[in-house]
Design a protein around this ligand. Sequence first.
Ligand code: KG4
Ligand code: ZN
Length: 356
Amino acid sequence: MVDTGFRILAIETSCDETAAAVVAEGRVLSNVIASQAEHQQWGGIVPELASRAHLERIVGVTMRALEVAALSIRDIDAIACTVKPGLVGSLLVGANFAKGIAVRYRLPCVPVHHLEGHLYSGYLANPELPLPAVVLVASGGHTLLFLLERMDRYRLLGSTRDDAAGETFDKIATLLGLPYPGGPAIEQIARTAEPSIPFPRPLLKDGTYEFSFSGLKTAVRRYVAEQGQLSDDQRAAIAASVQAAIVEVLVTKTLRAAKEFRAPCVVVAGGVAANSLLQQQLRAAAAEHGIVVAIPERQYLLDNAAMIGLVAHFKVQLHGVDRYRRLDFTVDPTPWRIHRHGIAKHRPYTTVEFSL
Ligand code: KG4
Ligand code: ZN
């Protein structure tokens, strides 16, 4: 067996992907993801179905991650698992499974914040990531803009006041009769049309790094109701116009943050980062200012365990492994306990050190 250094087996089950990965010294040896198709017919994630599907798959996915890494469980030095935020039942399956392995094989177990996984996933795209970096995390559940200042410190610059960017794609896709998840479906049909409908760009010029997408969704709902029966061309024009509106807001705010904080680098993570128009427009806008754009490859954009293993690696480097021998941590569905707007009165943005 090749000596790959300290090896972490990471487990991620916060939402509807059952995932396991092996990460050694920050290098990904395997990254296995089983996406749950059982939610498609419901147009969204059904929490109870998600927990059950995680239970059914977690052992197989973990075995496969070890197999791809060509390792046995006895070659592993630590376990890591996502403990927040997410669906509580789903988190419980992964965290309890991880603790079970930790007890059985006397291994430390590192609890990881899922959003820190997305936040640090830029390192999977570029291990030499120049700091500070502005990081946009845009997924089905979150739209967050961070300033990654140091390896162990970041600031939350803004988040969405209502719907997340991915959720907006998903809900508008449902309005248009397109399948779930809506982002890829909207992107696909948008290819054949021009963004000809001037849908609103909420909070585009408000000077903050906050987002709001529910007004856009309402505008589309109203527009669709006015049109009556939609032709394929109309549907494509709506899709292209919605995509253009969301992308313009995301690109504008991300780039403005990079300029304000003189960040040489921008990272986009989360499922929405797979969007080609977003990637294209961000790259074009960043290039004008000499800013580097790092976008992890697709397997690291969607919920995955490699990003969880990477954060665990950083935490072990920072705090030492003995801190993670206690297994008395628990799962928590909420992202942060701090009240951001309260803190914002005293400090312009919330500064978060590694939160766990
Ligand atoms: O990070 P992710 O896999 O997990 C969740 O937060 O659930 O993100 C999934 C989200 C969905 O809302 C999906 O519609 C969106 O990412 N998404 C996209 C694209 N691919 C996935 N949105 C826009 N364009 C895409 N190509
Ligand atoms: Zn996620």
